[in-house]
Design a protein around this ligand. Structure first.
Ligand SMILES: [Zn+2]
Length: 262
């Protein structure tokens, strides 16, 4: 027990030092990530922690590969948007009489963020000009919320499946099709819902200098004009909501598939 605590502390501090040296996160984001990592490792255990680590490593690697504003240095609100629901579901695990539901919720909410990250980066790196998910005839700039490409969608689909397979080994210790399909489908559908929410709800502005639709109120060095969407809904709010959708869908699918097949 005591040795276990020491080993986990060393691993957490080692990773924190590595992230700090490589500047993957800014100061506040690093502290928040350490807190989330500690909750997941000390309460959840190695399996949950390795999945979180896979998300961080793949996300950071792809962000380095594709230099763009959406995946630049991650800030604390970015970490909170991605990590809130996974951390909460692990935090309630010891108090929950039912151990499966929080675990499934964790996997669904984390897979939503994992698939969305892979989908976004693959779309930017490989894809053609993205089309708006809510009106596919409309071509938008790469990286704009709500824009999707075929490559990006395929990337998200495969990422969600890979995550489900790895979860099955690390958490379920077996190949169970109900388990795998619930995590896979919830991850993929919520990564698509991320684009939908981004397109429908997220605030958009028009730059009066270059004429582009943008997500920020400053572009080309001047103030942009409001176009549509809710002003309090930004990219982080959308991620926060999609992660919640991922967790809820995973629990819904897991229970429905179990009723259908058993
Ligand atoms: Zn501009």
């Amino acid at each position: 027990m005591y040795e276990d605590f020491i080993i986990k502390s060393i691993v957490l501090l080692g990773i924190t030092a590595f992230v700090y040296v490589n500047k993957f996160l800014d100061g506040n984001a690093l502290i928040l990530s350490l807190a989330i990592g500690a909750i997941v490792l000390f309460i959840g255990g190695w399996g949950y922690f390795i999945l979180l680590l896979i998300f961080l490593i793949v996300g950071s690697f792809m962000a380095k590969l594709v230099e763009n504003t959406r995946s630049a240095l991650r800030t604390w609100y970015n970490v909170l948007a991605n990590g809130f629901w996974p951390a909460l579901s692990i935090a309630i695990l010891p108090f929950s009489p039912d151990k499966i539901t929080p675990a499934i919720f964790y996997l669904g909410s984390l897979n939503a963020m994992f698939s969305d990250t892979v989908s976004t980066e693959v779309g930017i790196y490989l894809g053609d000009k993205p089309r708006l998910i809510t009106s596919p005839k409309k071509i938008v700039d790469k990286g704009l919320s709500g824009g999707v490409t075929i490559d990006g969608l395929l990337g998200g689909f495969l990422a969600a499946y890979s995550f489900a397979l790895i979860s099955s080994v690390l958490i379920n210790f077996s190949w169970n099709s109900v388990f795998i399909n619930s995590i896979w489908l919830s991850g993929f559908i919520s990564s698509v819902s991320d684009s939908l929410l981004g397109s429908l709800l997220q605030v958009k502005y028009r730059c009066s200098v270059c004429g582009k639709t943008v997500e920020y109120n400053l572009h080309c060095g001047s103030e942009t004009t409001y176009l549509n969407g809710f002003k309090w809904i930004n990219n982080h709010t959308v991620n926060f909501l999609s992660s919640l959708v991922g967790g809820l869908l995973a629990v819904l699918f897991f229970n429905s598939f179990n009723m259908l097949y058993n």
